[in-house]
Design a binder for this molecule. Structure first.
Ligand SMILES: Nc1ncnc2c1ncn2[C@@H]1O[C@H](COP(=O)(O)OP(=O)(O)O)[C@@H](O)[C@H]1O
Ligand SMILES: [Mg+2]
Length: 257
């Protein structure tokens, strides 16, 4: 299988804080990778570097054999890596459809893109298709500020998936979603990912979600990768149990208190 993403000796420091320490990761086409780790472990920093939102202190990021290290977010998404955010990044005063059309605009303006430009009518059709796949087409003409949290999360992911990106990165797709809605949301998202043929990596705290959807798990602790293995092996790893799963449970307990 072809590597879609290759990250080599990636480092990131914020002053004295080492948020990424010698990160090496290769992702292959069609993998479903979960990134786990307690709060502050460096998960978002890693995704932010891959997607151009943060410049690494050192190291290299290659996407389909091209060096994309240090490229701006818009260039990275045009190259074919799209993402969603821990907190959905939407325009609240615009409608769902207007937000979807802005996702196209980002990809179509300027330099060459993996994405073949669409006329506005074709873009509208594709947007409605994704909204339909995600079960939120009924909200197409609603203002985003009027939407429930679960619908906002789906819209943010739909915007990342609209171009059928080769690589999709999701930062905590189920965060802020009621526990009884998490599996439904992930079923919907993963079906959309399969239809678009995207490789996916998602950050997740809920180990039930991780074991259900991921084929591989990368565990972060204190800016380092402490495990990278098939899901069942990674979740059984003693360090992962101690530093990731134990701390997640403690944090979950604290947040309920
Ligand atoms: N922009 C920033 N400026 C300074 N420190 C940061 C910044 N972003 C993240 N950090 C620090 O880097 C570490 C990793 O953070 P982050 O990647 O957000 O963790 P996670 O997503 O795993 O919760 C934390 O110690 C955090 O405080
Ligand atoms: Mg994070």
């Amino acid at each position: 299988m072809n590597p879609v993403l290759q990250v080599t000796e990636l480092n990131k420091s914020f002053g004295a804080v080492v948020a990424a320490a010698n990160i090496n990761v290769t992702i292959h086409e069609q993998e479903v990778v979960a990134v786990i780790g307690s709060n502050g472990a460096g998960k978002t920093t890693f995704v932010n570097m891959v997607t151009g939102y943060l410049k690494p202190t050192s190291g290299r990021i290659q996407f389909r054999g091209n060096d994309i290290t240090g490229r701006a977010p818009r260039e990275v998404s045009r190259a074919g890596i799209c993402r969603s955010f821990q907190v959905a990044q939407l325009f609240p005063d615009l409608t769902v459809m207007e937000n979807m059309m802005l996702a196209f605009a980002t990809l179509q303006v300027g330099a060459a893109s993996f994405f073949r430009p669409l006329h506005s009518e074709a873009a509208r059709v594709r947007a409605m298709e994704v909204l339909g796949d995600f079960g939120i087409a009924v909200h197409a003409h609603s203002q985003v500020s009027a939407l429930a949290q679960g619908v906002r999360k789906l819209l943010d992911i739909a915007m990342a998936l609209v171009s059928r990106p080769p690589l999709l990165l999701l930062d905590e797709p189920t965060s802020g979603v009621a526990i009884e809605e998490k599996f439904g949301l992930m079923d919907t998202v993963m079906a959309g990912v399969q239809r678009s043929g995207s490789t996916v990596m998602f950050i997740e705290h809920d180990m039930d979600i991780v074991s259900r959807y991921a084929s591989r798990v990368i565990a972060f602790y204190d800016g380092r990768i402490i495990a990278d293995a098939a899901t069942e092996f990674a979740l059984a790893d003693p360090q992962v149990r101690q530093f990731v799963i134990g701390e997640s449970h403690a944090a979950a307990g604290a947040s309920h208190a």
